[in-house]
Design a protein around this ligand. Structure first.
Ligand SMILES: C[S@@+](CC[C@H](N)C(=O)[O-])C[C@H]1O[C@@H](n2cnc3c(N)ncnc32)[C@H](O)[C@@H]1O
Length: 340
């Protein structure tokens, strides 16, 4: 299975007559309160990924995350380095089994399995992404090393102490309750196992009294199916409350060279390789999708998906430029070894 072409965006994972109603349902969750989104998180997040997965693959690739980037470093190389950093920090190697929490279509899982030799189980609650990812695992000849577990990461159908390590890349931001999630991950980890991840957070520059900051935060939540966005300190507190020892933590956003911030792919100037996710590329995609919808080639609602993704991208860029938001708060924690 190859990267989707623009025309694949009109063959959504959903039946054509369900696209518009799914968009309406998704947007209605954001008209409500944080509590509404927490209560309906399964529907909200699955609606979102049913609608956007083809757009993500078309515009971004098989790894659905950001990365700090250095001048002269290619976009895909920066994504891979960011994934390998986690594997390295966790000391993944052949013979270990790691859980990838909220694994998307499995781009990071395949890269990390190849890099480290470890087996990786990716948990995901979205059927369409698992279908795409299972085919991609087969194509990559990695079906023996990489597998998908269809489940809600808040309640894993897995015995206690199953995994040697756990990692999460920009996925736990969708959780309705981080303490409950971290306790669940703690439960399925072996004693002494380590957990590392990249979390979407507000930084210390975020001021809840500032209307512009609040508007940016809301824009990111709406554009990316988040119930809320936590501060970096809240994430650390939740890890400790769940029982973890925090070994290190740091916002990696400042690691980028000033010319290549993490949000550059969304805000950047013309570049042939990364054109599809730049403002000009998104504008063109949006116009073409509009024509396809008007001529009934694309289902009703496809343009609305492109619209809310664009609004989300602009909010992310403003979050990055103001420094009030990071998608790469790195944490590395450990479940204490058994004392008995
Ligand atoms: C932004 S994507 C990141 C995917 C992947 N980590 C990557 O970097 O390519 C977030 C992922 O989390 C998954 N997810 C969100 N909430 C979930 C839940 N409650 N249980 C399992 N997976 C969930 C989504 O389906 C999606 O695959």
């Amino acid at each position: 299975m190859n990267t989707p072409m623009l025309t694949d965006l009109v063959q959504s994972s959903l039946p054509n007559d369900q696209v518009r109603s799914t968009v309406d349902e998704y947007t209605s969750f954001h008209a409500g309160s944080v509590e509404t989104r927490k209560t309906h998180y399964t529907k909200m997040v699955n609606d979102y990924y049913d609608l956007v997965t083809d757009f993500y693959e078309f515009g971004w690739g098989q790894s659905f995350h950001f990365a700090p980037r250095h001048k002269g470093e290619a976009f895909l190389a920066s994504l891979a380095r960011h994934e390998f950093y986690l594997a390295h920090q966790l000391g993944l190697r052949a013979g270990m089994t790691a859980l990838d929490v909220g694994c998307g279509v499995g781009g990071p899982m395949r890269a990390i399995a190849r890099f480290s030799g470890a087996n990786v189980v990716g948990v995901n609650n979205n059927d369409y992404q698992i279908k795409r990812g299972t085919e991609q695992n087969e194509q990559a000849h990695l079906s023996d090393q990489c597998s998908f577990l269809k489940a809600d990461f808040m309640k894993l159908p897995v015995p206690d102490k199953s995994y040697d390590a756990v990692y999460a890349i920009e996925a736990t931001c969708h959780a309705p309750d981080k303490v409950r999630l971290f306790k669940e991950l703690y439960r399925v980890m072996k004693d002494g196992a380590e957990f590392a991840g990249y979390e979407w957070c507000t930084t210390d520059r975020y001021d809840a009294k500032n209307p512009e900051h609040r508007e940016i935060k809301k824009g990111i939540e709406e554009g990316d199916a988040l119930p809320d966005i936590w501060s970096m300190q809240d994430v650390l507190d939740a890890l400790v409350e769940a029982g973890f020892e925090v070994r290190q933590s740091r916002d990696l956003a400042p690691d980028s060279d000033p010319e290549t911030p993490w949000y550059l792919p969304l805000s950047g100037k013309w570049s042939l390789s990364g054109f599809k996710h730049t403002p000009a590329g998104r504008f063109l995609t949006n116009k073409l999708v509009r024509i396809l919808e008007a001529t009934r080639v694309a289902p009703k609602g496809t343009t609305a998906v492109s619209d809310f993704l664009n609004a989300g991208a602009m909010a992310l860029v403003r979050g990055g430029e103001t420094g009030i938001f990071t998608p790469m708060f790195f944490f590395h924690a450990r479940k204490p070894a058994s004392r008995s």
